[in-house]
Design a protein around this ligand. Sequence first.
Ligand SMILES: [Zn+2]
Length: 137
Amino acid sequence: MSLPAVAKSFYTFCKKCDTDRYHMVQSHPTSTSAKMKCEVCAKLMTWNLPKTAAQKAAVKKEGVARKARSTHKDQWELFMQNSGKSPEMNYNLKQKFEVNTILIHPKFGKGYIKEAQQDKIEVVFEDEVKFLMHNRA
Ligand SMILES: [Zn+2]
């Protein structure tokens, strides 16, 4: 969306008329606003562009989140393609697991262990990355 051009009519709300009116665009005081005059009551008003900058930022943020999601899925797919030698084990809270083990989880499906700490493991599943407990014998 861009600003209505100077000397064009623009249909928008007039506070004084308390209804939508045609306004004659007078000037562009900034790159995101237009000064315009109601064609009925002659009231001057400044019309601002919708917050496209904020919208763009939101879209960008969403794009980054989407990229993060696809990144872990990319890792998952890559790992599964090259997982010929990795052991496959069913998840069990009491078991101690090692990095690069393929984990079969009843709820989350098949994942691989990206990091293993003393009592928890970071597992990359197809849909999400999860921290699970282990080694609780
Ligand atoms: Zn008016």
